[in-house]
Write a protein that binds this ligand. Sequence first.
Ligand SMILES: *Cc1c(COP(=O)(O)O)cnc(C)c1O
Length: 205
Amino acid sequence: MLPEGVTLVAVSKTHAADRILEAYHAGQRVFGENRVQELVPKYEELPKDIEWHLIGHLQSNKVKYIAPFVSLIHSVDSEKLLAEINKQAGKCGRKIDVLLQVFVAREETKFGFYPEELTTFFASENLRDYPHVRIRGLMAMATNTDEKSQVAAEFSQVAALFETVRTHAGTDFNILSMGMSSDWQTAVQQGSNMVRIGSTIFGNR
Ligand SMILES: *Cc1c(COP(=O)(O)O)cnc(C)c1O
């Protein structure tokens, strides 16, 4: 169903371990959770070759619980959080892959950096301060609306930002995480190469 080159993150939040195992036995290895309290017990219970992605808002004081095993954090929305991930990754002797979340939706409840903030951030030397994180790309959520043209415009804005930032960032900067069950086709058309899909796979929550 997905075009080649697009990674599927199976969003298993609220679903029990046996449902995740079904998908695992069908070959899926990348799973996304949005809460630390739910992710940690699932990590402990399930096969160790699962790649766990944290996709929801992350509080700095919870980073330490996932730092030993998380494979990608999609939702870095402040430099304070980035600094804490760097610190906890250092303690574990790891380098943690992260995405910076961009705020483009017309909704107040969503998190992320404004596009201008990211342009400034990457143009500065700040990046060198975080030896234990690898910034792999950007993540964004579009406004929850049926207006496809608005969703497409928001994804397109993030894709353009991704290309701009890429010229300042290293070669590891190659992940653009956009698209959920309702809008992944639009996201992929706009250049997404990682989609986070929950309800289409596991049913409604
Ligand atoms: C829940 C969630 C998804 C998946 O949503 P579906 O509509 O179930 O596909 C994707 N991204 C984030 C950040 C989520 O919290």
